[in-house]
Design a protein around this ligand. Structure first.
Ligand code: ADP
Ligand code: MG
Ligand code: ZN
Length: 488
């Protein structure tokens, strides 16, 4: 049966603030607020123990009042602007009521009828059958809300950690514009990338900083929602599974139920969690303890100025100004910090072709192997420019640079010092090279014979042998030249 998928996605992204949305409790281990509290309590621990990042406000004690975190509002506006949304000058908070142990107040403060922003879009370009499509996914709204606590279920009891209560989130809701699991993946990747560029959210899915809940239907029928998708892979798999499940139900003549499903990562399938609640179940009403959120045009303009060049624009500029290929530009712009690093090198060393190939190959390979994030990589880009200068002025070969680079990372010594200490300088002495070449030709009479009979591709083989004998230090141009002469 041919079916027509319709998908809309809700994302909850944790805002990178130091403190919670309505109180001064720390949200992060590295926050100054937490450092102060740690000193006071002498609780030096790498991970905050359960229920230590709480106060009467986020625990919902009677008589306490919420106060909005300005930084959270700023980050939410920043994200909304980057997603091309219209910012509402006046928005309101609402109470979403439900009774569950992870919610000490008995309600969550969110935005309902009057969200912070609406009507945005995110362009994506998924490829379909080898063709790249351009598509705009419409963003219905971006609003602010607080997170709930975390439950841990054990056989005979359940444990509650309230540390996450009141942590600021933005919810980003799309229109049902997404047509496949692949498109969902593209949308989420891009959304996450932008939030990371903006420093609005870490995007860390494993830690729950970026949570995706797709809503899925086929042939304009009833939709279901999937929760607990903790990786991009899981989102793709979950959607695929759900599309097939719904198709099967329709084929057997039954009806899809309006339910919330839970992704079971171990068995790679969805499980019915509960029947889908309706808005009236939550008895939404305006939050009486918070005034309307009023945002001035001036503030919006000020925030706009802090938005950095975003990935699409950056990729385009890299292609144009550095004359590099699109796939390379995309790799370089994957993370803002890598793009910045690349550009610092290019200011000092102009050969974009060399820098691009070295960064996208050797550089990223080493970071991957050593499991270093570019954000934590401390070798200054100036040092790498130094390495590239050595290649350019003929001191070392590109092949040798490959070995010098990890040495620089390990020892922190400059490229030129490593080259000097290890004697890696390129062999450009003609007499010396001629001798090595003679030896190589003597050792391979059969190949020389074949070359003479017209098998000229063997030149590469000879060059390789010369390189091997010189430990990669021979000047490739010179070797090529002398070899050809000698063979002739
Ligand atoms: P809820 O109150 O359940 O969160 P919303 O109306 O806010 O419902 O929609 C949530 C998400 O569901 C949105 O991303 C929206 O695009 C998506 N959605 C709406 N209708 C459909 C549908 N028929 N099929 C798939 N997704 C849908
Ligand atoms: Mg929902
Ligand atoms: Zn608190």
């Amino acid at each position: 049966m041919k079916y027509n998928p319709t998908i809309g996605i809700e994302v909850h992204a944790q805002l990178l603030t130091q403190t919670k949305l309505f109180c001064g409790c720390p949200t992060r281990l590295d926050s100054p607020a937490l450092a102060r509290r740690r000193d006071r309590a002498r609780q030096v621990d790498w991970k905050a123990p359960p229920n230590t990042l709480t106060c009467p406000v986020c625990l919902g004690m009677p008589g306490t009042l919420p106060v909005i975190n300005k930084k959270a509002v700023e980050l939410a506006i920043k994200a909304a602007l980057a997603l091309n949304c219209k910012i509402e000058k006046i928005s309101n908070f609402a109470r979403k009521n439900y009774f569950y142990p992870d919610l000490p107040k008995g309600y969550q403060i969110t935005q309902y009828e009057h969200p912070l922003s609406r009507n945005g879009f995110l362009p994506v370009s998924p490829s379909q059958g080898g063709k790249v499509m351009n598509k705009k996914i419409r963003i219905r709204r971006v609003h602010l809300e607080e997170d709930a606590g975390k439950l841990f279920h054990e056989p005979d009891k359940s444990l509650i950690d309230f540390n996450r209560c009141g942590v600021p989130l933005i919810e980003i809701v799309t229109e049902p514009d997404i047509g496949s699991s692949k498109e969902a993946y593209e949308y989420l990747k891009k959304l996450r990338q932008i939030l990371r560029y903006l420093n609005v959210c870490t995007g860390d899915m494993e830690k729950g900083h970026f949570r995706c809940e797709p809503n899925i239907s086929i042939n304009y029928g009833t939709r279901t929602e999937i929760k607990n998708l903790n990786s991009f892979k899981a989102v793709e798999k979950g959607i695929e599974f759900e599309l097939k499940r719904q198709a099967k139900i329709l084929e057997s003549g039954k009806k899809v139920k309006h339910v919330t499903l839970l992704w079971d990562e171990k068995n790679k399938k969805t499980q019915e969690m509960r029947s889908k609640e309706k808005a009236e179940d939550y008895r939404y009403f305006p939050e009486p303890d918070l005034p309307p959120l009023i945002i001035s045009q001036k503030w919006i303009e000020d925030i706009k100025k802090t938005i950095p060049e975003l990935p699409d624009a950056k990729v385009e500029r890299f292609i144009k100004s550095y004359k590099i290929k699109e796939p390379d530009a995309k790799i370089l712009c994957e993370e803002k910090e890598l793009a910045d690093y690349y550009e610092v090198i290019l200011r000092l060393h102009r050969d974009a072709k060399l820098v691009t190939s070295f960064i996208t190959e050797e550089f990223l390979k080493l970071l991957h192997e050593k499991q270093i994030n570019i954000q934590d990589f401390t070798l200054p880009p100036e040092e790498l420019a130094g390495l590239f200068n050595l290649i350019k002025d003929g001191t070392i070969t590109r092949k040798i640079a490959k070995d010098v680079f990890p040495e620089m990372v390990k020892t922190r010594k400059s490229a030129s010092l490593i080259v000097k200490e290890k004697g890696l300088k390129q062999v450009e002495n003609k007499a010396e090279l001629e001798k090595v070449i003679k030896d190589v030709l003597k050792e391979h009479p059969a190949e020389v014979d074949r070359y003479k009979k017209g098998k000229f591709q063997l030149l590469g083989f000879f060059i390789g042998e010369v390189m091997r004998k010189t430990g990669g230090k021979a000047n490739p141009k010179l070797v090529n030249q002398i070899l050809k002469q000698t063979l002739q």
